[in-house]
Design a binder for this molecule. Structure first.
Ligand SMILES: Nc1nc2c(ncn2[C@@H]2O[C@H](COP(=O)(O)OP(=O)(O)OP(=O)(O)O)[C@@H](O)[C@H]2O)c(=O)[nH]1
Ligand SMILES: Nc1nc2c(ncn2[C@@H]2O[C@H](COP(=O)(O)OP(=O)(O)OP(=O)(O)O)[C@@H](O)[C@H]2O)c(=O)[nH]1
Length: 514
C-alpha cells in the first residue's frame, strides 16, 4: 500500500510549493483531458522504488470554529488522523508564530510520525534556520527550500525510510476491484448484492476506520477480490449514521485495485465529487467500470436526463463501460461482472512489439503526423512500456511536435486493434536526438559516422526490448513541466533516468501523453 503524506501548516508557509515539487513528475501521466478537473490537493509521487500519495491540506487556521475555515480545519484534522506521515511546515523567514504552536499541540495528539520542516531556508545555514523551532518539541527540524528544491529530496527520503520498497507490482491473477463513490450512492448495497449470491472465501476486517475491507469470493468459478470502501458493514443494520467520506481511503483502494467500479446515484445529478473521484481513478491509470445505480423507479424523462448529464460531465471516461443498475433489486449486477472481467483483461493485456510496430506503420501509411515548420515527426517503432494501464512507448525523431490529436488517433487505433475496452491507455514518446544530425545537415554523413549512428539506433532498440522486462512504474518517464508557482528545475523522481542513452551517444527526450 502506498504511504500517504499529509502537508500541514498555517497559510502561506509553502505547502502548495512543496506539494508541486513532490508530485510534479506524475503530472505528465494525465495530460489535460477535456472535462477532467484535477484536484490539486491530492497527488502521486515516487522516490526511487517508493511511490507515495501526498495531500496538501490547504491553510490550517486552528482557532476558528465555524465557516469555511473551520471546514478546512476539519478536513485537515481528518487527513492528519488518516495519513501515514505528517509533514508540518513552518516559515523560516517569518519565524515561529503562535499559530505554529497551536498546530503543533494538536499534531502531538496524533499517533502519526511528524516531520517538522522549516521552509524558505535558502541562503540560511540549516542550523540557524531551525534553531528557534526546536521549541515546538517535535524533533529536529528539517531546513529546506521548497521553491528552490534544496533539501526536499533528503526530507522525502527520510519520511519514506520507514515504509517498505514497493514490491514489484504484484500482477494479481484475478480481478481485484474497488467499489468507490461518494456517500450514499449505494456502495454497501451493491457489495451486499454481489456477495449475497456468491461464496465468500475470506473476509478481512478493517484495522482502522481508514482502511477498506477486502473480501475474496468466487463467482462462476472465477476468483475475485472486492475492496469495499463503504463506511461500515451494514448487513442487517438499520439506523446507521452516515460515515464521513474518506478521500485517503478511496485513493488507497483505487491504488490497490486493478479495476475500479465507480458507483453513481441516478436519482441525483452527477456532482463535482463524482467527477473528482472519477479523476482519481483516471490519474491512477485504473481500469474503470461505471455503475449508475438506483435506476429503478425512474421515468423515461429522468433516465434521459441522467444520460445527458453523464455524457456531459464525465466525457473524459469515454473508455469506460457504463451500466445502469439497481443494487437494491439486484438488477444489472451480472452484466457488471462482464465489464469487470473485460476491463481487467484489457488492463493486463500483453501487446507484442511486432504487432505494435506494424500497427504504427499502418497508422502512418493511412495518415502521417503533420509537419511542424520544416520537420515532420518520424515515428519508427513501438513497444509496450507497462501494464495496468497499458503503456505504449513510441520511438523516433522530433516526437515533441506530435500533436495531441494524432496521439488520440494512435490511441484509438491501438484500442480497437487490441480490444482495450475499459482501461486507460497511455502513449509515450521517446525521441532520439542523433548527435550526428547537426553535422549531417551540413553535408553527407561519412560512412563511419553513419555506421556509428545506426549502431546507436540498434542499441536503443535492444534497450527498449530489455526494458519490457522491467516493472511497469519504473519506466514511467518524468516530464519537467513547471507548474506556475514552481521553479523549472526537475525534481520528484530521481529514481527515473531523465534520459535514456542510446549507445552512450544519442540523447533521448521523453514525452508523455495520457
Ligand atoms: N523564499 C521562499 N519562498 C517560498 C518558498 N516556498 C514557497 N515560497 C513562497 O511562499 C508563498 C506561499 O507559498 P504557497 O506554496 O502558496 O503556500 P501555502 O502554504 O500553500 O499557502 P496556502 O495555500 O495559503 O495555505 C509563495 O509566494 C511562494 O512563492 C521557499 O522555499 N522560499
Ligand atoms: N432506489 C434505490 N435505492 C438504493 C439503491 N441502492 C441503494 N439504495 C439506497 O440508498 C441508500 C444508501 O445506500 P448505501 O448502500 O448505504 O450507500 P453507500 O454508498 O454505501 O453509503 P456510504 O457508506 O455512506 O458511503 C440506502 O437507503 C439504500 O437503500 C438502488 O438500487 N435503488
Amino acid at each position: 500500500m502506498k504511504p500517504t503524506i499529509a502537508l500541514v501548516g498555517r497559510p502561506n508557509v509553502g505547502k502548495s510549493t512543496l506539494f508541486n515539487r513532490l508530485t510534479r513528475s506524475r503530472d505528465a501521466l494525465v495530460a489535460d483531458q477535456p472535462g477532467l478537473t484535477r484536484d490539486r490537493h491530492y497527488g502521486h509521487g515516487r522516490m526511487g522504488s517508493k511511490p507515495y500519495l501526498v495531500i496538501d491540506t490547504g491553510g490550517f487556521e486552528p482557532v476558528v470554529d465555524d465557516g469555511i475555515l473551520w471546514e478546512m480545519a476539519r478536513q485537515t484534522l481528518q487527513a492528519v488522523d488518516e495519513a501515514d506521515a505528517i509533514v508540518f511546515l513552518v516559515d523560516g523567514r517569518s519565524g515561529l508564530t503562535p499559530q505554529d504552536k497551536l498546530i503543533a499541540n494538536r499534531l502531538r495528539q496524533s499517533q502519526r510520525p511528524i516531520f517538522l520542516v522549516v521552509n524558505k531556508a535558502e541562503g540560511m545555514s540549516p542550523a540557524m534556520a531551525a534553531a528557534e523551532f526546536h521549541e515546538l518539541a517535535l524533533g529536529d527540524p528539517y531546513a529546506l527550500s521548497a521553491s528552490h528544491g534544496d533539501g526536499v529530496r533528503e526530507l522525502i527520503e527520510t519520511v519514506l525510510e520507514r515504509f517498505p520498497d514497493a514490491t514489484e507490482e504484484e500482477a494479481s491473477k484475478h480481478p481485484k476491484f474497488a467499489v468507490i463513490g461518494r456517500p450514499n450512492v449505494g456502495k454497501s448495497t451493491l457489495v451486499n448484492a454481489i456477495l449475497g449470491e456468491e461464496r465468500v472465501i475470506a473476509f478481512d476486517q478493517a484495522g482502522t476506520t481508514r482502511d477498506s475491507i477486502y473480501i475474496d469470493f468466487e463467482r462462476e468459478d472465477r476468483n475475485y477480490t472486492i475492496i469495499d470502501t463503504a463506511g461500515v458493514r451494514r448487513r442487517g443494520k438499520v439506523n446507521e449514521t452516515i460515515e464521513k467520506f474518506s478521500v485517503i481511503k478511496t485513493m488507497q483502494a483505487i491504488e490497490d485495485a486493478n479495476v475500479a467500479v465507480l458507483v453513481l446515484d441516478a436519482q441525483q445529478d452527477v456532482s463535482e465529487q463524482d467527477a473528482t473521484i472519477a479523476g482519481f481513478a483516471l490519474e491512477a491509470g485504473r481500469a474503470l467500470v461505471v455503475a449508475v445505480n438506483k435506476w429503478d423507479h425512474l421515468d423515461n424523462e429522468q433516465r434521459e436526463k441522467i444520460h445527458r448529464d453523464v455524457a456531459r460531465k464525465l466525457a473524459f471516461l469515454d473508455f469506460a463501460k457504463f451500466h445502469y443498475i439497481s443494487a437494491l433489486e439486484g438488477k444489472g449486477v451480472g452484466e457488471l461482472f462482464k465489464s469487470i472481467d473485460a476491463a481487467y483483461n484489457a488492463a493486463m493485456s500483453k501487446l507484442p512489439t511486432p504487432k505494435l510496430t506494424r500497427l504504427l506503420q499502418l497508422a502512418i501509411e493511412r495518415q502521417q503526423p503533420p509537419r511542424i515548420g520544416l520537420t515532420r515527426p518520424k515515428l519508427r517503432y513501438a513497444h509496450q512500456g507497462g501494464m495496468n494501464p497499458p503503456i505504449i512507448v513510441i520511438h523516433g525523431n522530433s516526437l515533441d511536435s506530435v500533436p495531441d490529436s494524432y496521439t488520440r488517433y494512435l490511441e484509438n487505433l491501438y484500442r480497437k486493434a487490441f480490444q482495450l475496452q475499459g482501461t486507460p491507455l497511455r502513449v509515450q514518446y521517446k525521441s532520439s536526438v542523433n548527435p550526428y544530425e547537426v553535422e549531417a545537415s551540413g553535408g553527407k554523413l561519412s560512412m563511419l559516422k553513419q555506421r556509428a549512428a545506426n549502431k546507436a539506433e540498434a542499441k536503443a532498440r535492444e534497450q527498449a526490448k530489455e526494458k519490457e522486462k522491467l516493472p511497469v512504474k519504473a519506466r514511467v518517464p518524468a516530464k519537467s513541466k513547471a507548474d506556475g508557482k514552481v521553479a523549472a528545475k526537475p525534481f520528484g523522481r530521481p529514481g527515473a533516468k531523465p534520459a535514456a542513452k542510446t549507445g552512450g551517444k544519442a540523447v533521448a527526450k521523453n514525452r508523455t501523453k495520457r
